[in-house]
Design a protein around this ligand. Structure first.
Ligand code: PMP
Length: 378
């Protein structure tokens, strides 16, 4: 099997599994218990918190563990937004965010907020000048992703931050941990997810800058400094910290390896002719390649590649169950029929040269066959 759907999820690294194992089996105490087993779990939890904080240049108390990026994003647009409402009820976001931002933003609108969804250019980039123009005295919160999950565009967060001094800024870094770590000091709120960086599914974190108000959404026990109730998933949290440590340590090497492999894949796929690549060449994460082939239905190509043992997605895995046009490609001005042909190949630190070679020959065969069929049908 060749797995090139790493923007949807990644394989857990053996080192991560090894770090988690003691907490799945022997050390299963509740971190809130005061006996030795509880204290052992508490220590692991707080060590993990410290490690996550260090990578974000944050204080450990600023880290709240969540069930993933979806929950962290929702917490920003519910709990933080509610608490910021007295400062103003205007939210600025973009038209290409993940649905876990766009849906709660739409709900905020129903609750009386004004929501500005910034446009993007043909590469999926936000213009910082648009940010500056959108700001009003009522603007209290901004939510802008670092790396887009469909096309890989990397937003100019430093310039966006400068264009909006004083506004609380949130960044969904589910796809951009390797790049966002450097921008972290200028960001007030950062969303992370473990399963995008070879960690376990169902665990993530939100960095909440000290002093920011929050109305907790999960009420109960006082876990996570009264910001998110519920017994902590210690093993998964340890896994998140282990995955982050590995991803950060190998960051530069991984980024350049993935870029080399992405360029090889791109060049090989472009040689098939009638191809269009989406997203910028420069301001991008190297792990995503979004490409459309003339005269080829994306879904048919994905199913044919699956039969050939190659896993990829169309647009976002989260919305691929619906046949709606990708909101990201639409915002980039891509016509609906071209968008329906789009394929997303996504790489990870574990992707090999052989994976790319195998994917290239399988895709060449599939595209050739599908084009023949579509010519006959016409
Ligand atoms: N934001 C982005 C940019 C994503 O790519 C994803 C995963 N598709 C999410 C949020 C949601 O992440 P999780 O699966 O951890 O809830």
């Amino acid at each position: 099997m060749i797995y090139l759907d790493n923007a949807a999820t990644t394989r857990m690294r053996p080192e991560v599994r090894a770090a988690m194992e003691p907490f799945l089996d022997g050390a299963y105490g509740n971190p809130s218990s005061i006996h030795g087993e509880g204290r052992k779990a508490r220590r692991a939890l707080e060590d993990a918190r410290e490690s996550v904080a260090r990578h974000l240049d944050a204080d450990p108390k600023e880290i709240v563990f969540t069930s993933g990026a979806t929950e962290a994003n929702n917490l920003v647009l519910t709990g933080i937004a509610e608490a910021l409402r007295p400062r103003g009820n205007h939210l600025i976001t973009t038209s290409i965010e993940h649905p876990s931002i766009l849906e709660p933003a739409a709900r905020l609108e129903k609750q009386g907020w004004r929501v500005t969804r910034l446009p993007v250019d043909a590469d999926g980039l936000v213009d910082p000048a648009d940010v500056a123009r959108a700001i009003t005295p009522q603007t209290s919160l901004m939510s802008i992703m670092s790396v887009n999950n469909e096309v890989g565009t990397l937003q100019p967060l430093e310039l966006i931050r400068k264009a909006a001094p004083g506004v609380v800024i949130h960044c969904d870094a589910a796809q951009g941990f390797r790049t966002v770590a450097l921008q972290a000091p200028s960001l007030d709120l950062i969303t992370l997810s473990a399963h995008k960086i070879h960690g376990p599914k169902g665990i993530g974190a939100l960095r909440i800058r000290k002093g920011l108000p929050i109305d907790p959404q999960l009420l109960g026990g006082g876990q996570e400094f009264e910001r998110r109730a519920g017994t902590e998933n210690v093993a998964a949290i340890v896994g998140l910290a282990a995955a982050m440590k590995l991803a950060f340590a190998d960051r530069l090497l991984d980024l350049s390896r993935m870029e080399r492999l992405r360029l090889k894949l791109k060049a090989g796929l472009e040689r098939l002719g009638g191809a269009r690549v989406f997203g910028p060449e420069q301001r991008r994460s190297p792990h995503i390649l979004n490409i459309a082939f003339d005269g080829v239905d994306g879904e048919a190509a994905i199913l044919s590649l699956d039969a050939a043992g190659v896993c990829i997605s169309s647009g976002s895995a989260c919305s691929s169950l619906s046949r709606q046009q990708s909101h990201v490609l639409k915002a980039m001005g891509v016509p609906a029929d071209v968008s329906r042909s789009s394929l997303r190949f996504s790489l990870s630190s574990l992707t090999t040269e052989e994976d790319i070679d195998g994917a290239l020959s399988a895709t060449a065969a599939v595209i050739e066959r599908l084009r023949k069929i579509s010519t006959v049908e016409r």
